[in-house]
Design a protein around this ligand. Structure first.
Ligand SMILES: Cc1cc2nc3c(=O)[nH]c(=O)nc-3n(C[C@H](O)[C@H](O)[C@H](O)COP(=O)(O)OP(=O)(O)OC[C@H]3O[C@@H](n4cnc5c(N)ncnc54)[C@H](O)[C@@H]3O)c2cc1C
Length: 447
């Protein structure tokens, strides 16, 4: 029997969810049910696994169990860049080895195509999923050097891009802060909460799929060929189970001392009025990732919830998966300061929401995907780029779990090494926190 060590929720209400109209959650599991496949977690990995299972098996039933409401977790808290290109968060730049990068690009694009297909098939709103590319923004000489190195790397990979000067950046975002940018066309920009809600609701409308929200799994038991999962008020039985809980797979007892738990933070302004929109200038919506991976991600959005700016920066190592309650207050100050530096014309604009979210990395940048015990599969450890890599891991785990050996949607995926063991404590925590602080300090104006 596996007992699950349940962890506290992420801090703060995500602006992405708060600006959407209320949604009626699916009921919690309150009885004993049977199905063919159980998926634990309704983020990118879990929902993609469920969709792929339904595609692969014409008559199989799939049940998804989610601890909170859909999009309350990291899937509804991120910055919404579904990136196709190399994006190694733990490295000092986004580049890597060419052959490996080309394979990663093909896998990332398979995931984006899968998401685009779902958006088309289920009729998502345009703002939920928009394949319009992104800009790597530079605010310093060092940032420009990062972009130039990235451009050389893209040349070697044969990937298209466009370099933008300071004026083009100002014309886009209205701010003089940026000295250059690098646009790549293959990234999908999503409203993360709307995307996961739309996918969850579309799957739940299908007769063979059920979703139970507010249904944290706290126990798993194998009975012969079947698994039984218990929640507070119900239980579910299935032949096969997919754990799609990202770093929380550790709280199920797997990959202990192999996963790096990081918290990221974001803030969203209140809605801009017409005067503020005019003061800001620039185009209606845009998305900037930082040229230095530890820098700030900034978006202007214009849709449900009106025109707003969203900033993400700061990053902390949290091996216990919990956060002190006052953490958001300190981070919110950093967000206001870095926002005001970029948008002095809106320096007094209040942030309406500030939130945190967990993500999970491995030292050797590999997933935690595979069959953990007979009939129990993992689709975890997305290494930061969880919108894309979570989608890939869900597809791959579903294909591993299914009896249908139809051609893979991610043919480039290969069995991977295990996530490498962490350094012993206290060296791991001291080292990780030290490296993050050093990188943040070095990022200078990019933060
Ligand atoms: C501020 C921020 C910005 C980010 N920006 C980006 C970005 O721009 N692009 C990008 O690609 N990634 C980004 N990320 C990372 C991305 O959000 C995650 O990597 C991604 O959500 C991982 O997807 P997942 O489905 O694997 O896991 P999750 O989204 O974490 O979903 C796992 C789900 O499992 C549920 N669960 C856990 N335990 C249980 C249990 N016992 N029983 C039932 N359910 C359980 C959780 O409630 C959760 O909903 C960002 C993250 C943050 C916090």
């Amino acid at each position: 029997m596996i007992k699950v060590d349940l962890k506290p929720a992420n801090l703060g209400l995500s602006g992405w969810t708060a600006i959407l109209p209320p949604r009626k959650a699916q009921p919690a599991l309150e009885n004993d049910i049977d199905c063919d496949y159980l998926v634990i977690g309704a983020g990118f990995a879990g929902l993609s696994a469920a969709r792929r299972l339904l595609q692969l098996e014409a008559s199989a039933s799939v049940v998804i169990l989610e601890a909170e409401e859909v999009a309350a977790g990291p899937a509804g808290r991120n910055s919404g860049f579904m990136i196709d290109l190399p994006h190694a968060l733990a490295s000092g730049s986004y580049g890597g080895e060419n052959a490996q990068d080309l394979r990663n690009i093909r896998m990332n694009r398979a995931a984006i195509a899968f998401a685009a297909d779902a958006a088309r098939e289920y009729g998502f709103a345009d703002e939920a999923f928009d394949l319009r590319g992104k800009i790597n923004a530079a605010a310093s000489a060092q940032g420009n050097r990062h972009n130039q190195a990235y451009a050389r790397h893209l040349d070697a990979l044969g990937e298209p891009y466009a370099l933008l000067d300071a004026r083009a950046m100002r014309d886009t975002c209205g701010s003089e802060y940026y000295s250059g940018g690098l646009h790549t066309p293959g990234t999908a920009v999503i409203q993360p909460s709307l995307y996961v809600r739309s996918l969850a609701d579309a799957l739940t409308a299908l007769p063979r799929c059920r979703l139970y929200e507010n249904s944290a799994v706290h126990e798993l038991t194998r009975n012969g060929d079947r698994w039984q999962l218990r929640t507070e008020r119900g239980s579910a039985n299935a032949n096969r189970v997919i754990l799609a809980v990202n770093g929380l797979v550790e709280s199920f007892g797997f990959y202990r001392h192999r996963l790096i738990h990081i918290n990221l933070y974001a803030s969203m302004t209140r809605e801009l009025d017409a005067t503020e929109i005019a003061q800001l200038g620039g185009v209606r919506s845009w998305g900037f990732t930082p040229s230095d991976p530890i820098g700030s991600t900034v978006r202007r959005i214009d849709g449900t919830g009106g025109t707003r700016l969203v900033i993400r920066n700061r990053c902390t190592y949290e091996p216990s998966l919990g956060l002190p309650a006052d953490r958001l207050r300190r981070i919110a100050r950093d967000h206001r300061r870095t926002f005001a530096a970029r948008f002095p014309m809106l320096a007094k604009l209040p942030m309406e929401y500030c939130w945190s979210g967990r993500l999970c990395l491995s030292r050797n940048d590999v997933w935690a995907i595979g069959e953990l015990e007979q009939g129990l599969f993992s689709a975890c450890c997305q290494n930061g780029l969880g919108t894309t890599r979570g989608t890939i891991s869900g597809i791959v785990a579903a294909e591993m779990a299914s009896a249908n050996r139809e051609q893979s949607l991610v043919p480039d995926f290969r069995e991977q090494a295990q996530p490498r063991r962490l350094f012993p404590e206290p060296f791991m925590t001291l080292g990780a926190r030290g490296v993050i602080r050093l990188k943040e300090w070095r990022a200078g104006r990019e933060l």
